[in-house]
Design a protein around this ligand. Sequence first.
Ligand SMILES: Cc1cc2nc3c(=O)[nH]c(=O)nc-3n(C[C@H](O)[C@H](O)[C@H](O)COP(=O)(O)OP(=O)(O)OC[C@H]3O[C@@H](n4cnc5c(N)ncnc54)[C@H](O)[C@@H]3O)c2cc1C
Length: 465
Amino acid sequence: MSFEDFPSAFRGAVYRPGDAGYADARCIFNAHVADATPALIVRAEDEADVVTVARYATATGTPLAVRAGGHGVDGTAMPDGAVVLDLTRLDTIDVRPETGVVRLGAGVLLADMDATLEKHGLVVPSGTVSSTGIAGLTLGGGVGYNMRRYGATVDNLLSCDMVALDGRRVTASATENPDLFWALRGGGGNFGVVTGFEFQAKPLPPLVSAGFIVFPLDQAAAVLGALREYLPTAPRELAIIAVLTKCPPLPPVPPEFHGADVLMPVVVYTGPQEKAEPVISDVVALGTPVATAVGPMPWSAANRMLDVIAPSGRRYYTKGGYLAELSDTVIEIVVRNAANAPAPVHPMLPSAVQNVWAMGGAISEDFDEDSAAFSREGAAWMWEIITEWDSPADDDTFHGWLDNARADLTPHLRGNCYINLSTDNGPEWRRSAWGGEERYSRLVEVKTAWDPQNLLRFNKNVPPL
Ligand SMILES: Cc1cc2nc3c(=O)[nH]c(=O)nc-3n(C[C@H](O)[C@H](O)[C@H](O)COP(=O)(O)OP(=O)(O)OC[C@H]3O[C@@H](n4cnc5c(N)ncnc54)[C@H](O)[C@@H]3O)c2cc1C
């Protein structure tokens, strides 16, 4: 279909295949899912444009894809043959320093949010790669270096402005459309087009301590075991992602460990600088590292640390799940799979990575499972597995290793999970991902009320009744 009847009232740019600008507009982060050919990409100038598109979709029964930051691992922002509503121009950031209330347009990227809020000593807890969009991240839940201190992104959300599929502009908050607000905090892009997010930002000092510590893989089991014992005593201001990968040739790492299998805890401490040293020393003391590169830096630099290993335009495939405990068996499995990971295909970039995220603190203890659709119950740790490569010829290698490693760990993963850090695993997985049948039914009810035709189906889809 060519959608020749698309409304002329739409004021933003409109791209069809073959138009100048179409190829750029079609670009998304994950090259593995970026070769689809949407029929129409429409870039909204403002909320009125979003209303125009929503009304058109409903009147014509046209399914609608939504593109914000373009980082979704499934590529649902750019499906074949679809009409895509591009929100990248809705990129305003409005900070009220006196209250810490922040309003963000749906096209804002984490890099711009962090840089703006940092000037006011504020932060909205979000993700760890700065080119990610706040919209898709928030709608799925949002986890990052501040989650143990301040909770998930959705735990800091005050309200959403949403354009419903019938064109109504609505607010969702604890007092207005509370069921919708519950669903928008973790239920993904199922319910309407969110044009703006209002957050209660939290204080953050100008400098944080951040970096990485490198342990050879033969210490990994012992270090992860020690980390399991240490974590309950660690301050909430400490974030740890224990990364298992082949070590990139990073300057402080001795050359004999370049390309070697390592356990590399990435740490960020956001408490007062004068208290950082003993905390980082505790993590270093979990084993005998071959390199330690942790130091003070502005928050916005810390939250860009991982950008370098996650460039746009590579082929990515990822899965993940929650762990109730970091048992010896779990540790044995992740270490074994680190040891049999395929070699990187790029001299500077990893190709096969497992991340063990330390949960606990605010995200686990301060917010009820029932407070939001984002599910966290029983999640003491989060395991994430990522492969990244460049040539389709290597697809089988990287899919194969990842799928085997996931199959190994599956008996130990909880049924609930964080939907944004995994490619979609199908309807059965979705029924449990948000925490079980009762919570899934609640999402179905909200979906049925707000999108009965399932026009928003390019997502981790919750079909309506
Ligand atoms: C390299 C990398 C690192 C990541 N790191 C983290 C991390 O540290 N923490 C974390 O929590 N997540 C992380 N993620 C996952 C990330 O949160 C999701 O991929 C998220 O969906 C990206 O949002 P986006 O706006 O950039 O993506 P998009 O691809 O634009 O959106 C993803 C989907 O969300 C829906 N959507 C987006 N915006 C709207 C809207 N305004 N209204 C309705 N529906 C909408 C659509 O269904 C869309 O297909 C990472 C992803 C990548 C690729």
